[in-house]
Write a protein that binds this ligand. Structure first.
Ligand code: ATP
Ligand code: MG
Length: 422
């Protein structure tokens, strides 16, 4: 059984949806260049990727159909393969560079590497010959809020932005509805949109893509997954994660030193990952200074509150643990000196390390190649060490979490020697 992900292509708009108003067809197709065939790329890019090239995402040989479970559609088959589209420049492109107005938007929270991705998108667009490149300020809000004007971007503007953390464009949560965003894009003449953000942002990007499709607009919407928590499905890793783990170690080391220097000292460090404990698990494994690592897969206290984007606000686990630890030791008559460190904002704001910098560069380049290739409603990622394009719905159907039965979590337990609380 072979499972394939099909990624949406702009030509689908014209192939699948009938009837197509003939005036629209005439406008889209010039007599000499049929849109369905695209245009030859002027840039050689040291070789092209064929649209039929695939990367093997997953291959599992199950011992029996039962152990394959829902993964095998064919009851007699135990062989599961998943293939994804290989990312990179195509020989035929679906936009004339002089007709492109590209926009970049960054949404959600900060993550190391945002500026690196913005920079590389701008540089690659310029190599294609695009002259009109703008940044939308402060996330999707920049499409609607008065007083927020587009930021003109060029190689000169972005040359050194990767040397600092944060986002050159600013970020935000919440904002206008999808229809208003597409209205604004139409009014501004934007036909390529690069969206940097997490699962919420990608849900938005997919909705924008669908709305453009509904309106039969030739607009490419391409996402670059930004999740410091590494909670996006199918990818080996997302940018910023490596930097976050490295930075988290520094906080752990400080807490360790504080705890060891204090009389009956205990150090507690709260790390990011609202529902996925990858940063905590990896930082614990890397630091070797941890006695107990708790991940949200262990325990979660929900509240009824929601943030501007509609995400549920969780209780503050760090403050709760600090309070309960103090209370416990006081009750047993040996008050402990509890030092609590919450390095969240310090970690999010640092610049990307070398390995994340390289990842961002390649993702940024491939986002632009994907848009020029005519794909839309896609996101870029690294799978099995190869760069690929994935349909957005596949990567955001649910957040990736640490499997408490996995070998990795058991390695973490072994390294800390903590009991298995589950
Ligand atoms: P982070 O990992 O930092 O939380 P995120 O992309 O998940 O990043 P959110 O605040 O959840 O961050 O969402 C970012 C933007 O996406 C917001 O402007 C929000 O309005 C929009 N958004 C979220 N979910 C949807 C959705 N289902 N449809 C359309 N837009 C959405
Ligand atoms: Mg999110």
């Amino acid at each position: 059984f072979e499972a394939r992900f099909n990624i949406p292509h702009l030509t689908d708009i014209f192939r699948d949806t009938l009837p197509i108003p003939s005036t629209f067809c005439l406008k889209m197709r010039t007599p000499t260049e049929d849109f369905a065939d695209g245009y030859p790329s002027d840039e050689k890019w040291h070789g092209y990727i064929n649209n039929n090239d695939r990367v093997l995402l997953k291959v599992i040989r199950y011992s029996s159909p039962t152990s394959a479970g829902a993964e095998c559609i064919d009851p007699d088959c135990t062989w599961v393969e998943q293939w994804v589209h290989r990312a990179g420049p195509r020989e035929r492109i679906y936009f004339k560079p002089e007709e492109v107005k590209a926009a970049i938007v960054t949404c959600g929270g900060l993550c190391p590497g945002l500026n690196d991705v913005i920079r590389q998108i701008v540089i690659t667009l310029e190599i294609y010959g695009v002259k009109k490149i703008v940044g939308i300020p402060f996330g999707y809000r920049g499409f609607s809020e008065e007083g927020l004007s587009e930021m003109l971007l060029s190689r000169k503007v972005v040359q050194n932005v990767h040397l600092s953390g944060g986002s050159l464009l600013g970020v935000s949560r919440g904002g206008p509805n999808v229809s208003d965003i597409v209205d604004s894009m139409e009014a501004r003449g934007i036909n390529m949109l690069f969206v940097l953000g997490g699962n919420g942002t990608h849900a938005g990007a997919n909705a924008i893509h669908n709305e453009c499709r509904k309106r039969r607009l030739r607009v490419a919407v391409v996402g670059v997954p930004k999740t410091i928590d590494n909670d996006i499905l199918l990818m080996d890793k997302t940018f910023g994660f490596d930097t976050a783990v490295e930075e988290a170690q520094r906080a752990i080391n400080s807490a360790y030193i504080e705890a060891h220097s204090a009389y009956r000292g205990i150090g507690i460090v709260k790390l990011m990952g609202r529902s996925s404990g990858f940063i905590a698990m990896h930082a614990s494994l890397a630091s070797g200074q941890i006695d107990i690592c708790l991940i949200p897969e262990d325990f979660l206290q929900k509240t009824n509150a929601k943030d501007a984007s509609g995400n549920i606000v969780f209780g503050d686990i760090g403050v709760h643990l600090q309070h309960e630890t103090k209370k416990y030791f006081k009750e047993i008559g040996i008050p402990a000196d509890v030092k609590y460190i919450d390095p969240t904002y310090m970690i999010r704001a640092v610049r990307a390390n070398a390995s994340d910098g390289i990842l961002c560069t390649v993702l940024g380049q491939n986002a632009v190649h994907g848009a020029f290739a005519g794909y839309s409603g896609i996101t870029v990622g690294i799978c099995n060490t190869h760069y690929v394009y994935l349909p957005i719905p596949e990567v955001i159907s649910y957040p990736r979490v640490v499997d408490p039965n996995s070998r990795m979590w058991h390695r973490c337990l072994t390294s800390t020697r903590q009991p298995d609380f589950i």
